[in-house]
Design a binder for this molecule. Sequence first.
Ligand code: CMP
Ligand code: MG
Ligand code: ZN
Length: 512
Amino acid sequence: MDNKTTQITADSKSLSTSFQACYSSANELRDLLKMMMAGQSFKRETLILSMENAICALEKAYTYEKKMLNCDTDELDTKNMQSIPEEVQDWLSSTFTRKLSISNEESKHKFKSIANVIRAGIFVDRIYRRASLANFHISTPIVDALKKMNDWDFDVFELHKVSDEQSLRYIGIEVLNKYDLINKYKIPIKHLENFMNELTNGYKLYDNSYHNVVHAADVVQTVFYLIHRTKLQDTLTDIEKFGCFIAAMIHDYEHTGTTNNFHVKTSSQMALLYNDRSVLENHHLSRTFNMMREGETGILSALNNDEYREFRDLVIDMVLATDMSSHFQQVKTIKHLLVLPEYIDKSKALSLILHAADISHPCKPWQHHQKWTHSLMQEFFRQGDQELEMGLPFSPLCDKTTTLVPESQIGFINYIVDPCFQVLEAMLESILDYKDKCKTIKEKEDSSKHHGASTSMEVEKDRSSSMNNIVIRNPKKLKHTPWNQHISKNLENWKDIVSNPAKEKTFVPRRI
Ligand code: CMP
Ligand code: MG
Ligand code: ZN
């Protein structure tokens, strides 16, 4: 846990102490008031002491609230950005805040049956336990690549290469299968196969160098890591896991390779359809829900009404939260929730996980991060070319002749990615405590069997609150935080490139 995470945790501790102080002061004063009303006598010193406690607690709470109101995480704090180039500042504020900038056939059925892939999941699982190969036709390189799905440094490019460009299909089915969701939700194999084909085709539609099927596969694997390695999975219901992985799979479906701001400023059909609000994210959701709901790509037919409603709410919340213009608001909300002695809404927690996974490549090994950056820049520059053709001003980072790539990456890491992962880490540390809470409930339940009904009611109260929400108490340290070392290393590398312009010449955007 580094300094910033420690700060969040310290804030959280001091706030919960101050909340407790407020609460006990209120109780003390209430008791005294009751005594006064009943005409009972008490010592003057008692009243003075209670009033002093109350003043102290109120002042602390006031100071904290004031700090939160002035908190710089709502929008970008441009005052502290003097040292970074203006173009990068402009890009950060136009992309990550709600301000608008002024300035087929061939790919189908690549392998015989999806049933093979499903078996591959079981098969890969088996390999972990005992190297029994069975007789399924999944090539060894694919199996080898999938075996590393539990690693933060997982090489999605390698899987994409060895799987004949079917990375999303393999990873998607592997995660659904790992949690037995295909069985649980009785997804017809043929429909799943069609759905995965359509997803893959949709990600290829605009021939994007960044927003393509590899990016989707990468985000699914990263979400899987964050849920699996942190044991968050133990706090989630099946429908939440299902929603979470589907949200990751569909989150950029049919991405046009241009930004929301571009859609708005060109008054595209999509912008008209979605009233200029989260244009792309609404499109990803609307198109895929149409697909998932019915017909040959319907994978939700076995969900009952309640399950469908819960699934849909969660997936919509999560994908809409990938709109980068809500970044600061989202980070601020979680920070706020972390310091309150209450619950974190699961949908907010899972949304942060998807958002963090979506911007996680600067937290991955340098070779991967560099590749992603190259391909994203290529996509931005393609938008720049369109803007030039349409006689529109360049969007930030889209002019291939002037864009300062390493500087923009330093800004992106320092102002967006690093703070987001600090909050994510603090949030996951808080959630880790959930299992202990369950254990406590179990112990209470056992003891209630011996001690009668009143304890049992307490247990019921605890149980209902903890089952619906993630409980925040005594944060624990995460065992694995591999992103921290990569963030530092990648930042260093970009800084190195800035201070050695000769190295920058080697920076040529290319496709993945
Ligand atoms: P998307 O994947 O839709 O959502 C996250 C966004 O973050 C992504 O689109 C990009 O617009 C942006 N993004 C991701 N990586 C970088 C990067 N290295 N530099 C700048 N912007 C990025
Ligand atoms: Mg997106
Ligand atoms: Zn994305």
